[in-house]
Design a binder for this molecule. Sequence first.
Ligand SMILES: Cc1ncc(COP(=O)(O)O)c(C=O)c1O
Length: 485
Amino acid sequence: MGRSKREILSSIEELVREYYSQVHGDGLGGTGEIRGGGKDAEIPYAGRVFGHEELNAAVRSSLDFWLTLGEQGEGFEREIASYLGVRFSRLVNSGSSANFLAVGALTSSSLPEGLRLVGGGEIITCAAGFPTTAAPILQHGGTVVFVDVDPVTCNVRLESLQEAYREGKTRGVILAHGMGNPFDIGGVLDFCRERGLVLIEDNCDALGSRYCLGGGGEGDGEMRLTGSWGDLSTQSFYPAHHITMGEGGLVSVRQDVRLMRIVESLRDWGRDCWCATGVSGTCGKRFGWSFDGLPDGYDHKYVYSHLGYNMKPTDWQAAIGRVQLSRLPEFIQARRSNWEYLRSGLDELQEVFEFGLPTHAVERIGDGEYRWDSSGSRSEPSWFGFMLLVRPNSGLDRVELARYLTERGIGNRMFFGGNLMRQPAFSDFAKEHPDRVRVVGDLQGADRLMRDGIFIGVYPGLRRSDLDLMIDTITRYVRGIGGRK
Ligand SMILES: Cc1ncc(COP(=O)(O)O)c(C=O)c1O
């Protein structure tokens, strides 16, 4: 008698553990200890962090050979929706696709006219950030309205939202939580609710960040995860982000079944039917529908209510994502403590750098301790990176610092696209279609962030010795100004 399936699987899993330990375990023994890594720096700014459990999940899923989104995908969607505290989550193949579908959902003809994004409709977003937060507005025929950011928080300036609003034109707002620091959710929600606007949270850089509303209303004072406040929210699972499945993303819908059905339809070829891949007749009347213009009883699987795409990831990716999700609490903790460690270690350099604060904090009074503004609202970032904003007149050259760090193996990045209006893609578009791009104010904050901002890593793969080296290298660079070697 040959070995049972269980026995074979158990041997494979043992081998995978051994392989992980030798190849990826970084000398840590493959006991679930984790260490990530990028390729362009000895101390990367971000990277995948994984144990043998992820490798084994990938191997088991490969052996199942279901391939397309299936049981693992459904499990992951259920688990992450419950984690975030939203009603629905749908996996897609990237954070960019997630933003694309979240904005695209607003164009659906199944939405009431007042809500729908149609030609001439405007969506407000920040001028500084990642390009695929803003691009979907243009890709879906809308007008993008760029507002400025506060370069210290990397988040929207509330006053500029009011300035950007145009009655009858503005349909919604899409904002990222810059560097993982929640934007002023209380202020943005008030702005959207008073005007009946849809809020899309781009939570790609902020999984695990929390926010609570002051004010004393129902539910106020309760810490809730970012990604659970907007009508829709998005995630990226690219390796630089808080958890990874290689390529991957997620659209979450807080409450509205209608929005969830639209997102799912757009993701799944535009179809009207909502059966999972390989399943038929979930609605109980596959051949019992009637649609205007279609023969009666036409197979619901082939009825298309949207001009859709196929933006699904594979089940294999979802299997990895589920294990990563189970590690998220330790990842968040590591990101926070790494940020605080860097902040304390670089404290003496405040004359040269402006350091960020969690939203609503007015002063840092100790390791992880803050004095808060009078709003009663609080935030607890699950940081994406540690931003060093060079003070004007400090005599320090940001590009030179980037080179210095890079030469010494310390990974660093600028704030993504910076002021997007300076990027050829957006400035060329604005030249060709001046009526489709509106800029509010002078975007000085976005320009400042683009000119003076540089960030380093806080990801969970960093060791204390890495953080010490980062602090030491930056301090030596700054102290060496004037007589730098
Ligand atoms: C704020 C933000 N939104 C969207 C994305 C796009 O995510 P993806 O790389 O998965 O397409 C990124 C990528 O880093 C991002 O930082």
